[in-house]
Design a protein around this ligand. Structure first.
Ligand SMILES: [Fe+2]
Length: 296
């Protein structure tokens, strides 16, 4: 029998977002457990944590593919050997070689806004976690948007954020400047500040501060100040703090949630986490949603 959503037990992880599932083996999804049921719960909770999973790298990839096409990370030096779609996040050094990236993910963001098709989902699978610190924080842009007044929502709908990989790159601690070729491969992109979810139709704000270089449309005079204010409002009021256990499998929907890594004592503790992401669609806002109708 295929398990539907009515028989998948979920416990809310916070009042804002996150659902914990303890009764499902993630390898059964698509066979004994309905993928549609899992997706429906994911859309409702924005983030799902499957506890006590035991996945091989291939099984993690199979799980990722249930949700779409994996998006290989640009930092291929941290890919798991033999698995270009799996990035290793770790402070462990073996035989003088770091197993993974130890600096990834600090600062609130939603993944890959500098791409024309930002990541729809990100998946993390923990193998070793520190006993303290190293939590991942999440914040719901949907819940924040829902509390805004109608006037503010109306004002935001025509606006588009402009995002730049170059801006992000320059803010980080990189020794080498981007080459001309790398710059040509990462042109600036624009995404609506109010995004409509392609599968649920839910409307929410879609913001990233790290790589935002401006806001276009609607005569907005100080778009960056607006993005900054809404960003702080969301992260300060609609947060969930995920305290990792070994063998947690986390998936979240980047279209309505922000996240950030937090530090831990890298001298005393080990951390080993695998990461994949799923390529998303070109973000749809009010302009894009209305245009096809009006052109008929
Ligand atoms: Fe991220």
């Amino acid at each position: 029998m295929v398990k539907g959503r009515d028989v998948i037990e979920v416990t809310a992880l916070s009042e804002h977002l996150g659902g914990e599932i303890t009764s499902i083996d993630a390898r059964s999804i698509g066979r004994d457990t309905s993928l549609e049921a899992v997706k429906s719960l994911l859309f409702e909770h924005q983030l799902l944590c499957f506890r006590d999973q035991n996945l091989t790298p291939q099984e993690m990839l199979d799980f990722t593919r249930l949700f779409g096409e994996p998006d290989p990370h640009v930092l291929q030096q941290f890919a798991l050997p033999g698995f270009p779609d799996i990035v290793v996040l770790s402070n462990i050094v073996e035989n003088g070689r770091p197993l993974g990236n130890r600096k990834e993910g600090f600062g609130w963001h939603t993944d890959l806004t500098y791409m024309a098709r930002p990541a729809a989902y990100t998946i993390l699978y923990s193998l070793e976690v520190p006993p303290e610190g190293g939590e991942t924080l999440f914040a719901s842009m949907y819940k924040a948007y829902d509390t805004l007044g109608d006037d503010e929502k109306e004002r935001m709908r025509p606006l588009k954020g402009r995002y730049s990989y170059l801006e992000l790159y320059n803010k980080r601690d990189h020794a080498e400047p981007l080459t001309e070729e790398q710059r040509a491969r990462t042109p600036d992109v624009s995404h609506p500040l109010v995004r409509i979810h392609p599968e649920t139709g839910r409307e929410g704000m879609y913001l990233n501060l790290d790589d935002c270089i401006g806001v276009d449309g609607g005569g907005e005079t100080d778009g960056l100040a607006l993005v900054s204010r809404l960003f702080s409002y969301t992260t300060e009021n609609f947060e969930y703090r995920h305290r990792w256990r070994p063998h947690d499998l986390l998936i979240w929907d980047n279209r309505g949630a922000l996240h950030t890594a937090t530090p831990y004592d890298t001298e005393r503790h080990r951390r080993l986490i695998y990461r994949t992401s799923v390529r998303g669609e070109v973000p749809i806002g009010w302009t894009e949603a209305v245009e096809p109708l009006s052109s008929n």
